[in-house]
Design a protein around this ligand. Sequence first.
Ligand SMILES: NC(=O)c1ccc[n+]([C@@H]2O[C@H](COP(=O)([O-])OP(=O)(O)OC[C@H]3O[C@@H](n4cnc5c(N)ncnc54)[C@H](O)[C@@H]3O)[C@@H](O)[C@H]2O)c1
Length: 318
Amino acid sequence: MHNVAIIENIHQDGINLLKENPDFDFEIIEDTSEENLIKVLPKFDACTLRVSKLNEKIMSNCKNLKVISRHGVGYDNVDLNYIKKNNITLLITATANAVAVAEHVIYMMLSISKGNNQFDQEVRTGNFKKNASSIKTLELFNKEILIVGFGRIGQSLIKRCKGFEMKVKIYDPFINKKIIEEFGGQKIENLEEEIKNCDYLSLHVPLTKDTKNLIDYSKLKNMKREAIVINTARGGIINEDDLNKALNENIIFGAGLDVFEKEPIDKNSPLLSNKKILLSPHSATFTNECKSRMSLETTKNIIDFFENKIDKSMIVKL
Ligand SMILES: NC(=O)c1ccc[n+]([C@@H]2O[C@H](COP(=O)([O-])OP(=O)(O)OC[C@H]3O[C@@H](n4cnc5c(N)ncnc54)[C@H](O)[C@@H]3O)[C@@H](O)[C@H]2O)c1
């Protein structure tokens, strides 16, 4: 019998998969404080993980732990050195969430381009057409989007951008030109130069020491005045202070952020009062469909791992 800790509840579909399998027992752990995890985790040989942190202090007590199954694809909340040293496998829901994130990017691009609900507010406050012509809106048609990072989400996004007849440039030094061209994109080598030409910039890289502050004031200041920047990848890839400054100085048109340097975002963050930014609470994958797919993939990965039939694309290479 394998004992699975569900750290933070997940959609019922994934839980049902474990319930139906006689070889698995599970417990849902809602208190994700370090103190509680140290206390309750040692008896489990597998766990699922959403946004809580699994650090060395917690895991050094978990002598049975063989596998961590992330409900998502990012894994900056896991101490990778520790799991590598201790031969713990890290799994991700590699196929479940790309479409939901790509759709969230399209939603943000459209919403910002169409004035972020301002027309709706005007109609509701009795200003039908009074100020409508002063609200600046934009089209996606014929515009250039620069997608940074051409993995699962970047590849899902390009298909949707093509539907809007956008020109797509891709910055990803690790993906070859031929693959990018097969998707209808154009590979670029110099981010610094190309960022000057794009109308939309969307980030889809992991947060690493190389991508931290990848987009800062020095790049933002060269962008077009009507450019829109979207970050649904990880907080910190765009420098938040620099972004706020660029928006306040009318250097760019708008921004959409689903992820933040600190989550939940600080109550005093200037981003909260900046109307040029469309915010969402790291919720790009919160569609009904995606929650179900992610929970199913998270628990299926654990079952497949113990049954020695895990799909290699779900394993994080360390
Ligand atoms: N907002 C959300 O809820 C949400 C959901 C899923 C994923 N994400 C985040 O989205 C990001 C992308 O996810 P994915 O599934 O597409 O990942 P992926 O691993 O499939 O793709 C990442 C791509 O980034 C490229 N890359 C790495 N370093 C780079 C660099 N320095 N410059 C340019 N390209 C670089 C890689 O070559 C790869 O092609 C991750 O940060 C992930 O955490 C956020």
